[in-house]
Structure formats: structure tokens, C-alpha cells
Design a protein around this ligand. Structure first.
Ligand code: SF4
Length: 240
């Protein structure tokens, strides 16, 4: 068990527990996409991003091969990241509406982003065994954030299913019937640990191109979920 988020992020970056994903992330980093051929790809597990006293946690699926696996930063350098960061900015959760590369000035405000799987998977589809391998990192992250964490927004049904056992392991048992993923779903989870706060759990469609290009997920839809989650976590609305 890590003692701090910084320690967790550092240890995670050296993880090689999933042979298929280690091979894939390194192969992609070696081959590169033509548009990025002059860049040094990260090619390692991508840690969460944001302060260690975040009140809102946003959970995706896994880093994109030429996004996070290239830049080394969660939701940075791909279209899903562009969409998400713009919505987070509108909800007052970032200091700027874009996320292009480390060092671009992006700062997350009272919020953090992470993923149930920290290495880029082929076709954006981790195996169940890879999801289960990576759960130890998510459980530890939830536990370390628990003193301040009040809201979670899960992007997509896959992340939702991956999160539930990690929540149970980190002190927020899953009620029966199990919370169901839908866009704008909202549940309040009671803690099993004394002095732990309840947790608001929200769902949103994932900002993948499949959803955003088809209009299944629009900027106002994602902004509304993030804004509700921020308010549930006790955060003030951004200045108009
Ligand atoms: Fe480690 Fe998670 Fe990457 Fe598997 S997916 S190698 S458990 S960081």
C-alpha cells in the first residue's frame, strides 16, 4: 500500500503486470503515428492527473495509444481529451479549456482524472484479466483520496463496471440492486468505514469520437453531469 498519491503515481509508472499491454504500449511507442514521428512517446502506464486532495474524481477507460500513451498525461493529446477538458473547464474543474501536452499550463481544480486500466490497450479493449490486474491501483487511489473525495463521474459503462468492485474494496460497499450505468445516473453510496463521507456516483457517456461525432454525447450533456457532480462535492460554480 502506498502512503501518498505521489508515491502511487511513481510506483504505477513502473508496472509491468500485464504482458500483452506492456508489449502493445511499447510497440506503439516504437512505431508511432506518422503525425507524431518526431516525438518521444511515453510508452508506459499513465498515472492519474490532479491534486491529492481532489473532491471530484473522473474515471475513464484507459489511455489512448496516441494520446496518453504518447504524452504521458491522462486525457492529453487526443479528441476525447479535448472534449472532456473543455467540459471540465465549463464546470470550473480546470484552469483552461485545452490539454495538449505536459507543460501546457493545465491545472485541475479540486478534481483528478484516472482510469481503471492505466496502459493503452489494443482497440481500446482491455481484457477482463487486465482490468482485474489494474484494480489494485484504483483501489489504492480511492483509499488515498477518501479524506476529501465526495463525487465520482464515470465515463462509460465499461469504467462503471470496473469501478464498482474497487469502490467496495476501498470502503464504499455497493448496494443491492447494483447501481446501473446510464447517462446522468446518480447514486449516493454510504461508507462502511467510520468518519468516512458518503460518495456521489455519477455516470456519463464516454467522450469517445463514436459518441461525440454522432451527437450521442454533446458538450452541454457532459458539462451538466460535471457541474452537478462538482456542486454535490460542495464546489462553488465558476464565475459567469
Ligand atoms: Fe500494470 Fe495496470 Fe498497466 Fe496492467 S494495465 S501493466 S496492472 S498499470
Amino acid at each position: 500500500m502506498c502512503r501518498t498519491i505521489a508515491e502511487l503515481d511513481a510506483q504505477l509508472t513502473g508496472c509491468r503486470a500485464c504482458p500483452r499491454l506492456v508489449a502493445w504500449r511499447e510497440q506503439v511507442a516504437h512505431d508511432k503515428r506518422a503525425a507524431f514521428r518526431d516525438e518521444n512517446y511515453w510508452g508506459k502506464p499513465v498515472p492519474g492527473l490532479g491534486p491529492d486532495d481532489a473532491r471530484v474524481l473522473i474515471i475513464g477507460l484507459a489511455p489512448a495509444a496516441h494520446g496518453g500513451n504518447r504524452t504521458g498525461r491522462m486525457f492529453t493529446g487526443d479528441r476525447a481529451g479535448d472534449f472532456l477538458i473543455a467540459a471540465m473547464y465549463a464546470a470550473g474543474l480546470t484552469n483552461q479549456p485545452t490539454s495538449t501536452h505536459p507543460g501546457d499550463g493545465l491545472r485541475l481544480i479540486d478534481s483528478r482524472m484516472t482510469a481503471p486500466v492505466h496502459c493503452a490497450p489494443p482497440d481500446n479493449k482491455p481484457l477482463p484479466s487486465e482490468r482485474d490486474n489494474c484494480r489494485r491501483w484504483l483501489t489504492e487511489e480511492l483509499t488515498l483520496l477518501s479524506p476529501t473525495l465526495r463525487s465520482i463521474v464515470v465515463l462509460g459503462g465499461w469504467g462503471w463496471q470496473a469501478l464498482l468492485p474497487a469502490l467496495a474494496e476501498s470502503g464504499w460497499p455497493i448496494p443491492k440492486p447494483k447501481p446501473r450505468f446510464t447517462h446522468a445516473a446518480h447514486y449516493e453510496l454510504s461508507p462502511s468505514i467510520p468518519n468516512r463521507s458518503p460518495l456521489h456516483l455519477f455516470g456519463s457517456y464516454h467522450p469517445s469520437q463514436q459518441n461525440t461525432f454522432t451527437g450521442r454525447l454533446t458538450p452541454p450533456m457532459l458539462e451538466a453531469v460535471l457541474t452537478t457532480a462538482a456542486r454535490a462535492a460542495g464546489l462553488e460554480p465558476p464565475p459567469a
